[in-house]
Write a protein that binds this ligand. Sequence first.
Ligand code: MG
Length: 159
Amino acid sequence: MTLCGIGYDCHRLAAGRRLVLGGVEIPSEQGLEGHSDADVLVHALIDALLGAGGLGDIGEHFPDTDERWRDADSMGLLGEVLGLVRAAGLQVANVDCTVVIERPRLAPHRAAIRVALAGALGLPSERVSVKATTGEGIGFVGRGEGVAALAVASLHQPA
Ligand code: MG
């Protein structure tokens, strides 16, 4: 049996914040605003994993009203979610992610993000896809106001 889940997230860009995507800090004049480290890619991935497992959503598990999650390392949250997935008797088969960002260009960082996510997920990197596209100068991404990310995850139940 294969289960699939979808995740989406967006965060606002702001001066004086770090830009962390997939656990990798990317050199940038602006970073993402949020209660945690605002790793929009990991947040989308967490929702895809929770969705596939029928395990709720990120806001339910890590509410942004909770001081425990202030400036939280989202890769740590991903680890907790993997624990929930495994406790439900499920294994991650593959994940596929798209970051929608106007600048900086992600191409030079994609390989590092893929390695970081594969390590966190315990998957070979060919089962972890990280893609990037721009907002084509339109919408909140295109105007440089924020960054969005989408992810799908598939889980399987070992026989
Ligand atoms: Mg988020």
